[in-house]
Design a protein around this ligand. Sequence first.
Ligand code: CA
Length: 625
Amino acid sequence: MKLLLKHFLVSIIILINTNIYASSIDLDRIDPPMWWVGMENTNLQLMVHGNDIGTTKPVIEYEGVNIKEVILVENSNYMFINLNISKTTLPGTFTINFKDGKKVKAEYEYELRERKNSPNMHKGFDNSDVIYLLMPDRFSNGNPDNDNIPDMLEESDRSNPNGRHGGDIQGISNKLDYLSELGITAIWLNPTLENNMPNYSYHGYAVTDLYKTDPRYGTNDEYLEFIKSAHSKGIKVIMDMIFNHIGTNYYWKDDMPMKDWYNEWPEFTRSNYRGGAVSDPHVSDYDFNKMVKGWFDKTMADLNQKNPYLANYLIQNSIWWIEYSGLDGIRQDTYPYPDKDFMAEWMRRVLVEYPDFNVVGEAWLPQPQAVAYWMDNNTNKDGYKSNLTNVFDFPLMYAISKAFNESEGWNTGTAQLYEVISQDYVYSTPENIVTFADNHDGDRFYTKVKEDINNYKLAMAFMMTTRGIPSIYYGTEILMTGLEHKGHGDIRKDFPGGWEGDERDAFTREGRTEEQNEAYDFMRRLLNWRKTNPTVQYGDLTHYIPEDGVYVYFRKYKDNTVMVILNNNKESKQVDMTRFAKDIGDHNKGRSVLNRKGWDDLNTIEIPAKTPLIIELTNHRGLRK
Ligand code: CA
């Protein structure tokens, strides 16, 4: 009996020891945290993080899922597992056992979900859209309870222009009707992923968890719900992603997977921010390396996408968000800064899964040819093919910012618009360029036009009727102002009325000033017309060299014609229409889109000073063809 008891006790001690041993690996996370069956690419690479996980061997028993390779790296706290998920694998959950001999030292329940195959999903955005860019921290605070979160380093402080103000996803959801009424069809949010940084965390460009919505904006579920309700109102959602850099507080921080995970320098070295250096045939190695491998900021570590594991991590992360959330498009930050071959491979892999998907890249470059280098199907002399579907039209932004402030001349005024548009031959598909007058990084447009509402209207009418996919920055419709050199807080002010107790609520007619209502009504009419008019969305563009300060162009689609006349003069003009006979064709009547005015004669059109006319042409029977 004594012996038996002794034996029993020994067994218990062994059991306890085994259990302590078995739980000695703290499996911290696996990325991606779950995946899908039925993906085009049957390969999946898991990145496993846990204390000494590299001393174990992963075992999976699930039909259709095979471990092809286990990769151990220099840091034994990481392991990469290459899986093959065969096309016939069924959705479900399986256990990944991390074993040392026969002992299971850690386990993880991995879920493979069914793909969402709704035909309306992942269709991207196109010329029928008008994008509304908004900064989630600065639009509307729908949930004051999430303003401060215990584990988050930066607390809300609305008195600090560079601090967090408390705006969130719930706030944006609450304002979807406002946005729908305005007539926009897509929302681009500045990054919403976790930014657990001590300062300046509100802008979102120093991500500290690529799989988690910042809790001060909401949960991943709230993000999904937001996309669903946006879709139910006919509004698409574009996610902002950043592959060039990552917040220095990412969980890798004190436990780097590999020495070359970041582009490290002997001492802190900034990028030279000279994006054109990447496509420059004469570039020095010194400048090229500094551009691509220099850090964007001290808080933003420069990712080395030449490391194939990091590259996969980023690519799978973007595909994860598309599949997980049903988002409609991606805006990719600082496009020329990461390794360009990696970027082309990323686009290729996204398009393999989602052939109709769109990504708009921020190639912040002043010349059309420099921007065009980054656009899909462009014939670049160095052989580079980006696969990128859309780019932002920075050259046109610079032109719009000046044209309407200037008096007309050979090189000034609307001639600037003409010159930029006339260089469209450099783009494979100029219609896919995203046009904008301002964004979160520069002076507010109303400030750029010196708070002159006539110049503002001319510019907005131009942007909504020329080629491209227009994007407006939140608050443009209520004439928000701000100068970049006063600090980014000045161009990213809170939308009035987004916070309980705000003095004015500019989301309502009563809360807006007379001038704000004038701007809002103008935009609402323009956008809602654009939303239903395929001619202005998809029509071929023919423009005429500006004469006498008047810029005229046509959009034609099937048998329909829209004529736009921009008078940038401080006096009214009688425009002799003879020059435009070919594009007017047999139309002899017209109707103004902006004020319902009609014309029974198209021989001469009088246009008031500093005014846009957008005219739908009709034929002699008074009907649109
Ligand atoms: Ca909040």
